[in-house]
Design a protein around this ligand. Structure first.
Ligand code: ZN
Length: 901
């Protein structure tokens, strides 16, 4: 198993004494699950936190059921400097206990003076610990002169904040008390019961209500000069009798930007109450925007914490930010049932939490905000995840967890998007109401406890009436990695049609799989006849099967109706040609899976670049952004990996010819009444034309806006609202790329003064996107200074990697600055480090160079063995495909183009 060592120095008081104590016979240090014979029953935590200081202090009392006689207990603790530790038996006698820290495993051994019989005991710890600097456990953030302390416990960082049984299966009530500076605001999972001032008047002690049973990873609190905004309570309804207090919490001065999300929240909560038939499970709901945060948001029971850019909105916020805020809020609120009310017992089932919340979030968005087209957004996320699931090194949805690295990397697209897609596919198959019945039974049966995959499959199988067939089908998607590739061929004879289906694993060109994986997949197919269409579902369980098609011979068919299935398809040539003539009859999601079938055939080496390029016009005209841009990835691959300077110019002219008409219609400013889809289309196409194709006309328009925003148009005053809100990011990129040192310095200066997180991201990305070698070097170094917060660094480095001109220097810089870069990354982000630096690599030697650098460092980067393996596989696959396709097909396509282009 892999473990990670923290940088910096930390000392456990008892670390040296520890070596003198014998290990209990026959028992090693539990580096995975803790032994099952000590079960926590209740925690009382009293922490004293001043966010201005570097350390906090705590007292933790944990009531534990000893299931059998023992002279010791194992639990978790990390970086805690333990003082007095005592154990109190059922008879009320208190003795001191020894603590032995196993820092590498994050495990703490508490040894008693003698063997205690099975009984309830209480362990009491006194300790101090650093307020973490890497967004883990209880961590600190500075904004200007203000200091905040915020928690992020999931997955295994609660052990940085208090000693405990840091595994999701242990759910207990918590009593939390916080002593904080008098002028600060402090919040926790539950309502505050009392406040008491210290005798010197400098501190106050806040006592919070006992929580419902929670795992350690859902415990949360925050301290600082927060703005607290009271919203109207969530009113009672047919599912819930009591009103629920609702509040928004933001960094000082930002409270007014909570209005939009607070206004949207009651409908979201009610949506889930109606769906689940379970009342909102906790005593209040707080939404808190943290000024720096590792992930997007965290579903702590009753106190959801967000990266503030995903919570705070105003009239200057881009339209897509509103969509993200709604989606993320819907996701985290869904977790209050899926994850918080019912929790997974161990991390190998974490997909249950995340797939549910992702699936439920889409349902809520589709129902409450149809203008956001949540189904198309979910489909794009699914297709993005399919790239990862195409790798031989892909994880399973239900992946065994062998160590800390596996826990940290379990929160990926497979867990969220594939899991959610699988749920949606089976929902379509059995019907929405039947599926809801199974979901309700599962939640009701495990409320305030735990449930695993088998529990869910059991509830759904029973509700569906399909029993073992349902269970087998669902397991086939959870317990093996990869995407089914469904080969289809339609035969018509005497007016009757039959569809031959067979299956294999979808793998890109040059990748050979092992064995013959078999799925049990519901293949729902749309059949078109004389301008109308209907659907029929087939359960493909064997390697090959033939199914009778209802009705007469169809004119065309699409083997993934409503884009509902988690698989790809490969149609017989004649069938593809017929479908190609009917694309206009398909729904927008179906047009997107049609485009994906072309792209995936290209990646498999079955289609050439000419076929991709020729398919672009029929999609480019769509006014749905996801459809119009569905072949952008394939186009960019061809442009980057197959074209040379001459042929690239022809491709760029082709793209401009296809997409510039959109910009003529859309313009470069948001108009009153623009639908979210219109705005998204404008943003995507302007960015594609300006930054990928580098069209001079579009760049000139964006440059004008970017220069005005940075005060370089003669005004001398920075005012970011002078650029179109939705185009700001692209406008700043172009302005910095075109404007040299003056523009770079103006953007950097504004970054140091600006506290709007979303605008800071745009400014950082602009600094990263410069192509001037000296400025690019300056930007890279800047990303390691405290001016750039940890959670926003990626904006700078990803932007830098997007510019092919910067990649070689970026790599050289990484080899020189690896330690400093690594030291800033939270554990959960470390596994993705190889991927960040792999952009554009597409040769065996590029993979070898990466491997030589990272392989010796994987032991120091949590989760990077998997991250590196997948990155190298991706690079080598790109290289094989590039050699296979070559440049001839593209040259022929270009020669055949009319000369005027
Ligand atoms: Zn989630």
């Amino acid at each position: 198993m892999r473990i990670f060592l923290r940088v910096g120095c930390f000392v456990f008081a008892s670390a040296i004494a520890a070596q003198l104590w014998a290990k209990p016979a026959g028992e090693g240090i539990p580096t995975g699950k803790l032994p099952a014979d000590a079960i926590p029953q209740h925690y009382a935590l009293h922490l004293t936190v001043d966010p201005r200081l570097d350390r906090f202090s705590g007292e933790a009392r944990i009531r534990i059921k000893l299931a059998k006689a023992s002279d010791h207990v194992w639990l978790h603790a990390q970086q805690l400097d333990l003082g007095k530790t005592t154990v109190t038996g059922a008879n009320g006698e208190t003795h001191s206990a020894k603590t032995i820290a196993h820092a590498d495993a994050g495990v703490l051994e508490v040894r008693f003076e003698r063997t205690l019989p099975a009984q309830d005991i209480e362990l009491a710890f006194e300790y101090t610990a650093p307020i973490n600097g890497q967004l883990e456990g209880l961590y600190k953030v500075k904004v200007g002169a203000d200091s905040y302390a915020v928690t992020q416990m999931e997955p295994i960082s609660a052990r940085h904040a208090f000693p405990g049984f840091d595994e999701p299966r242990f759910k207990t009530p918590f009593d939390i008390t916080l002593t904080v500076p008098k002028q600060d605001v402090a919040v926790a999972n539950t309502l505050q019961l009392r406040e008491q001032a210290s005798s010197d008047g400098k501190w106050k002690t806040l006592t919070f209500a006992t929580t419902k049973p929670l795992p350690t990873y859902l415990v949360a609190f925050a301290v600082g000069p927060w703005d607290v905004v009271d919203a109207p309570p969530l009113p009672p309804n047919s599912v819930r009798k009591n009103p629920i207090p609702l509040r928004g919490i933001a960094p000082r001065g930002a409270g007014k930007r909570l209005a939009w999300v607070l206004g949207e929240t009651p409908a979201v909560v009610k949506f889930y109450e109606d769906y689940t038939a379970q009342p909102y499970p906790f005593d209040k709901l707080d939404l808190l925007g943290a000024p720096d945060f590792s992930a997007g948001a965290m579903e702590n029971a009753g106190l959801i914490i967000y990266r503030d850019a995903l919570l705070l909105l105003d009239e200057h916020s881009p339209a897509d930010r509103y969509r993200s805020v709604f989606n993320v809020n819907a996701h985290e609120i869904a977790h209050q049932w899926y994850g918080d009310l019912v929790t997974v017992p161990w991390w190998d089932d974490i997909w249950l939490n995340e797939a549910y919340a992702t699936w439920a979030q889409r349902k809520a968005t589709v129902a409450l905000k149809p203008e956001f087209f949540g189904d198309l957004e979910a489909l794009e996320s699914r297709l993005y995840t399919m790239k990862n699931d195409s790798l031989l090194t892909a994880r399973k949805v239900r992946q065994p967890i062998l160590g800390h690295g596996d826990i940290e990397t379990a929160f990926d697209g497979i867990t969220y998007q594939k899991g959610a897609s699988v749920l949606a596919m089976f929902e379509t198959w059995v019907g929405e109401e039947t599926f809801r019945k199974g979901m309700r039974e599962y939640l009701a049966g495990h409320a305030f406890g735990s449930g695993d995959s088998d529990d869910l499959i059991k509830s759904l199988s029973q509700a569906s009436g399909k029993g073992e067939t349902f269970a087998r089908s669902m397991r086939s998607f959870l317990d093996q990695p990869g995407i089914p590739l469904v080969h289809t061929e339609l035969t018509c004879k005497d007016g009757k049609a039959s569809l031959a289906l067979s299956q294999s694993r979808y793998l890109p060109y040059g990748v050979l799989g092992e064995g013959e994986p078999r799925w049990s997949a519901p293949v729902c197919t749309r059949f078109g006849r004389a301008g109308k269409s209907d659907t029929q579902c087939f359960l493909l369980e064997q390697a090959e099967q033939r199914f009778a098609v209802d009705g007469s011979c169809p004119d065309w068919y699409l083997p993934n109706a409503d884009a509902g299935g988690y698989y790809r398809f490969d149609m017989a040539r004649a069938d593809v040609a017929k479908l190609g003539t009917a694309v206009a009859h398909l729904s927008a999601p179906e047009q997107v899976v049609y485009a994906d079938s072309l792209n995936s055939a290209f990646q498999r080496g079955d289609l050439g670049p000419a076929e991709i390029l020729d398919a672009m016009p029929q999609l480019a005209r769509s006014d749905m952004p996801q459809v119009a841009t569905a072949l952008f990835d394939a186009f960019e691959w061809i442009r980057e990996h197959l074209a040379d300077d001459t042929t690239r110019a022809v491709l760029d002219a082709y793209a401009t010819e296809l997409y510039e008409p959109h910009m003529k219609t859309l313009g470069y400013r948001r108009k009153d009444g623009d639908a979210p889809t219109t705005i998204a289309l404008r943003t995507r196409i302007a960015s594609f034309l300006a930054l990928t194709v580098r069209d001079s006309k579009v760049r000139a328009e964006l440059n004008k806006q970017g220069r005005a925003a940075l005060g370089l148009d003669g005004s001398g005053k920075v005012d970011l609202s002078r650029a179109d809100t939705d185009l700001l990011r692209g406008a700043l990129d172009v302005a910095v790329q075109e404007g040299g040192t003056t523009a770079f310095d103006a953007a950097q200066k504004e970054f140091t003064l600006n506290h709007d997180t979303a605008q800071r991201y745009a400014l950082l990305a602009a600094l990263g996107s410069t192509r001037d070698p000296a400025l690019a070097a300056k930007a890279r170094d800047y990303g390691l200074t405290p001016a750039v917060q940890i959670g926003e660094m990626y904006n700078l480095y990803n932007a830098q990697m997007e510019q092919p001109e910067n990649r070689a220097a970026m790599w050289q810089w990484l080899t020189d600055h690896y330690d400093a870069y690594r030291a800033r990354l939270p554990a959960f982000a470390q596994g993705y480090m190889p991927k960040t630096f792999a952009e554009g690599r597409c040769s065996g030697s590029a993979a070898d160079e990466m491997s030589a650098f990272f392989a010796p460092r994987t032991k120091d980067l949590v989760g990077s063995e998997r991250g590196l393996g997948q990155t190298l596989e991706g690079i080598r696959q790109c290289s094989s495909l590039r050699e296979h396709v070559g440049s001839k097909d593209l040259s022929r396509w270009i020669e055949a183009r009319p000369a005027t282009h």
